[in-house]
Design a protein around this ligand. Structure first.
Ligand SMILES: *Cc1c(COP(=O)(O)O)cnc(C)c1O
Length: 387
C-alpha cells in the first residue's frame, strides 16, 4: 500500500503505516466494538480485484451481486447498499411512514438512543418507546397503542421497529416466536414491521436459524457488513423490489450514493463467504469472558447470548467508592493495561470480534480480573473468599 496516498499518514513518512498498525494490534486488545475490525489481507485482495461500475447508474457489478446475494439470503425481493446502518434504518422509517405518524420502538433501541433525532428530522414521526429486558415490545402494550390509534386517541401508527440482536440489552436474541406473534397482531391493522438487524448474522449463527427465517415476519430489514462480519464500510436495506426502488431516490438526497462501491461491496461479499460461520468463535469467547466476570464479587454480568458482554459493578465494589459513586477510572486503567472497553462508570461493554483471538481474550480476562479485584478482599465487609 502506498503511504503517500494514505490520508492518515504524513507524506514524508518513509516506513509503511501497517507496521505501526501491526505493532499496535499485537499489544492492544480492542473490545470497544465489533466495528473496529480491519480488513484482512485476503479481504483487501478481494477489494483490489473487484469489478467496478458506477452506483449512480446502478451498474456497479460487485454491488449488484452483493445486493442480490443479501436479498436471497434474507428471502426478500431486493436489497440496497448504503453507507451505514443508520442510513438503512432511517430509509426504512422514511419509506414506511408519513409525517405526523407514530412509530413504535424499544426504549433502549439504536434507532431511539443512537440515531439522534433522525426519525424526527428526516421523517417527521414520533418515536414511541416501549420497554422490556429482552428487547421485545410487550404485545399488550402494542395492542393498546393499536387501539388508541384506531380510536383516534393518538396519531396513526404506521411502523414498528425491532432489533436483533439487541445491542443495549446485551446482545440478546429476540425470543423464538415473538416476531411471528407480533406480526400476527399488527398485520391485520395495516402496520408494517422493520428489523434493525445490524447483528442479524450473530443471531442466525447463535440460534442455528436461517437469516430468511429470522427476517420472514418483517417488511424491511437492515444488516451491517461492518460489525462482526469484518467489512470496513456498509449496510444494506432489504425488502420488496418496489420499496428498494423508492429507497434509491431517498438515498440520493440523503447523500448515500457512492459511485465505485464495488471496492466496498467486494469486502462485504468476501465477509459473507468467509466470516459468517466464525461468528461462533466470537460467541464462544464472549461466553468465556462473561463467565470469568461473573465469578468476580460485586460484578453483575448480563447473561451472554452472542458477542456482547455487558456488566455493571455492585454499589459495594471498591472501585465505586468515589465521589460520584461511579468506577470512573476503570476504562482508563484497562487502557493502560492494553485492553480497551467502553463504559460510563456504571455500565460497561466488551465486544468480541474477528480481531480478538484466544490469547487476546486471555490477556483481557487477566487485565479485567486484576482491575476488578484490587482491594476487594480488604474492603468488602465479610468478604472471605479468596480471589
Ligand atoms: C451499529 C448499529 C447500527 C448502525 O450503525 P452505523 O454505525 O450507522 O453502521 C444500527 N443498529 C444497531 C443495533 C447497531 O448496533
Amino acid at each position: 500500500m502506498s503511504t503517500a496516498q494514505d490520508g492518515n499518514s504524513p507524506a514524508h513518512s518513509a516506513a509503511p503505516s501497517p507496521t505501526t498498525d501491526e505493532r499496535m494490534s499485537a499489544r492492544v486488545v480492542d473490545l470497544r466494538s465489533d466495528t473496529v475490525t480491519k480488513p484482512t489481507a485476503a479481504m483487501r485482495a478481494a477489494m483490489m480485484a473487484a469489478e467496478l461500475g458506477d452506483d449512480g447508474f446502478r451498474d456497479d457489478p460487485t454491488q449488484l451481486a452483493l445486493e442480490a446475494e443479501i436479498a436471497a439470503l434474507l428471502g426478500k425481493e431486493a436489497a440496497l447498499f448504503v453507507p451505514s446502518g443508520v442510513m438503512a434504518n432511517q430509509l426504512a422509517i422514511r419509506l414506511q411512514s408519513q409525517p405526523g405518524d407514530e412509530v413504535l420502538v424499544h426504549a433502549a433501541s439504536h434507532i431511539l438512543d443512537h440515531e439522534y433525532s433522525g426519525a424526527a428530522a428526516i421523517s417527521g414521526v414520533l418515536l414511541r418507546p416501549l420497554d422490556s429486558v429482552d428487547g421485545t415490545l410487550p404485545l399488550d402494550a402494542v395492542a393498546a397503542r393499536l387501539d388508541a390509534a384506531a380510536a383516534d386517541r393518538s396519531a396513526p401508527l404506521s411502523l414498528i421497529c425491532l432489533e436483533n440482536t439487541h445491542n443495549d440489552r446485551g446482545g440478546v436474541i429476540l425470543p423464538a416466536g415473538y416476531a411471528e406473534a407480533l406480526a400476527e397482531l399488527v398485520r391485520p391493522r395495516g402496520v408494517r414491521l422493520h428489523l434493525d438487524g445490524a447483528r442479524l448474522f450473530n443471531a442466525a449463527v447463535a440460534t442455528g436459524r436461517s437469516l430468511a427465517d429470522l427476517a420472514a415476519p418483517f417488511d424491511t430489514v437492515s444488516v451491517c457488513m461492518s460489525k462482526g462480519l469484518g467489512a470496513p464500510v456498509g449496510s444494506l436495506l432489504v425488502g420488496s423490489a418496489a420499496l428498494c426502488a423508492r429507497a434509491v431516490r431517498v438515498r440520493r438526497y440523503l447523500g448515500g450514493l457512492m459511485r465505485q462501491t464495488g471496492l466496498l461491496a467486494a469486502a462485504a461479499r468476501y465477509a459473507l463467504a468467509h466470516h459468517v460461520e466464525r461468528l461462533a468463535d466470537d460467541h464462544r469467547r464472549a461466553a468465556r469472558l462473561g463467565a470469568a466476570l461473573s465469578g468476580l464479587p460485586q460484578v453483575n454480568v448480563v447473561p451472554v447470548q452472542s458477542n456482547l458482554v455487558r456488566f455493571s459493578l455492585g454499589a459495594a465494589h471498591p472501585l465505586r467508592q468515589t465521589a460520584t459513586g461511579r468506577a470512573d477510572g476503570l476504562v482508563a486503567q484497562l487502557d493502560q493495561a492494553g485492553v480497551r472497553i467502553t463504559g460510563d462508570g456504571l455500565h460497561f461493554r466488551a465486544v468480541t470480534h474477528l480481531d480478538v483471538d484466544d490469547s487476546g481474550l486471555d490477556r483481557a480476562i487477566a487485565a479485567l480480573t486484576t482491575a476488578l479485584t484490587i482491594g476487594l478482599t480488604a474492603s468488602l465487609p465479610g468478604a472471605t473468599h479468596a480471589i
